[in-house]
Design a protein around this ligand. Structure first.
Ligand code: DGL
Length: 260
């Protein structure tokens, strides 16, 4: 689950290693962006979506492939769905702390994520001697969701450079991509922030899902069925959703598919 296309790299990463598992990626297009919503709103929305997913697909495990949703709602969702194992996405602060030689990490996320005390708590937990520069980048989330597909290399670089420059002048040498949308710009970050390391939680989330499948003896036995990209919202989807589904090998489903 994510507010938009941020869940797709997580889907892809997990699917490559576990092709026998069937996946449904939910993109909450109707409610995008999550970063500007407050915690109670997100808890309500995600509870409602999980109920919808359970009615339609009855999943054996759920992944919040969204830092904002995880930081805001993972705990209450676990309490509301005690029989459904749920994996959250935690910004890769631990990896950045391990990599930082200057002992100064940067976290880039949504306004909701950056405004939450959790990021400072994580940094203190894993790197008590590490300084933290945390920057909210709602425009970068919008860029990835709405502009990325038709943008060229120059535009992508222009979108990330202001953030890299802020981190560089603050003395940061390890950046956490603390929003799943930013993974689409990972290569741009790596090239432009040549003097810093870039960290994400793709491996962490995939490995956690695999561990829970093993622990619960939940692995699929046969080959995976059709993998689905389910998008919320009324009205026909913008053509770009069809392209995204095709690019990731997913079958697109909309609300209308369940009303007819
Ligand atoms: N992709 C999301 C995250 O990881 C949230 C983007 C948004 O909807 O604001 O935080």
């Amino acid at each position: 689950m994510d507010s938009g296309i941020g869940g797709l790299p997580y889907y892809h990463h997990f699917h490559k290693a576990n092709p026998e598992e069937t996946l449904v990626c939910l993109a909450d297009r109707e409610y995008f962006p999550y970063g500007s919503k407050d915690r109670p709103e997100l808890i309500l929305r995600l509870t409602e979506l999980l109920n919808r997913l359970r009615r339609r697909y009855d999943p054996k495990l759920g992944v919040l492939a969204c830092n904002t949703a995880s930081i805001s709602a993972l705990q209450p969702l676990r309490e509301s769905f005690p029989d459904l194992p749920l994996v959250g996405t935690v910004p890769a602060v631990k990896l950045a702390v391990l990599a930082s030689k200057k002992r100064h990490i940067g976290v880039l996320g949504t306004s909701r994520t950056i405004g939450d005390p959790y990021i400072a708590e994580l940094t203190a937990e894993f790197g008590a001697d590490c300084a933290l520069t945390a920057i909210a980048a709602p425009d970068l989330v919008e860029f990835v969701e709405h502009r990325y597909a038709e943008s060229d290399a120059q535009e992508r670089l222009a979108a990330v450079l202001p953030y890299i420059n802020q981190f560089r002048s603050a003395g940061v040498d390890a950046i956490v991509l603390g929003c799943t949308h930013f993974f689409f710009l990972q290569d741009v970050f790596k090239a432009a922030a040549w003097d810093m390391s870039i960290h994400d939680s793709l491996d962490g989330v995939s490995h956690r899902v695999e561990a829970l499948l093993d622990q619960g003896d939940l692995r699929a036995e046969a080959g995976g069925r059709e993998n689905i990209l389910f998008i919320t919202g009324k009205g026909s989807p913008e053509p770009v959703w069809q392209e995204r589904a095709r690019a990731f090998g997913l079958t697109l489903r909309t609300e209308q598919d369940y009303c007819s």
